[in-house]
Design a protein around this ligand. Structure first.
Ligand code: DQA
Length: 167
């Protein structure tokens, strides 16, 4: 079973009440339930966490190297400031999708830069809560495709090894 860690950054605990005209009225609990429901349909195990602390997010990314196949992260404001989160994602090397509820490229200029996107397989921005569900589907497909690729390339290698051993 594929395992994906889903990380929500600072202030996302206030979803539903925070700047509703930008972030909508859905609470984080309801969003997490929708992610969990889709994960069950896809037979993916998800581990959902929120933190207001950069260090905690870095630790959770580092820990994901043991037992996780990929990461979905909305780094929130740390998107625009955190080299530490970028480095953690690069260090663990797990396929990572960056998600934003709002379209960061249409907002203030300081939100246009993401330190994370350069180490992510993709970024989804501006689609609201649906962005997380698309990220889950996209990451799931990506992980299944790379598993398949590994399987199909393995026999070729062992065939070559077998031929080599007959020499
Ligand atoms: C956000 C966009 C960030 O710029 C902002 O700091 C957030 C939320 C989003 O989901 O749209 O806190 O990541």
């Amino acid at each position: 079973m594929l395992r994906i860690r889903v990380l929500h950054g600072p202030n996302l605990n206030l979803l539903g009440t925070r700047e509703q005209s930008i972030y909508g009225t859905l609470s984080l609990d309801v969003l997490d339930s929708a992610i969990t429901k889709l994960a069950e349909e896809l037979a993916v195990k998800v581990d959902l966490r929120q933190s207001n602390s950069e260090g905690e997010l870095v630790t959770w990314i580092q820990e994901a190297r043991k037992g996780y196949d990929g990461i979905i992260i909305n780094p929130a404001a740390y998107t625009h400031t955190s080299i530490a989160i970028r480095d953690a994602i690069a260090a663990v090397g797990l396929p990572t999708v960056e998600v934003h509820l709002s379209n960061i490229h249409q907002r203030e200029e300081f939100r246009h830069r993401s330190y994370i996107v350069g180490v992510a397989i993709g970024q989804i921005s501006g689609l609201g809560p649906m962005g997380y569900l698309l990220a889950l589907r996209g990451l799931h497909d990506h992980l299944i495709a790379s598993r398949r690729q590994k399987k199909t390339s393995a026999p070729a290698t062992s065939q070559r090894a077998a031929k080599g051993s007959r020499k």
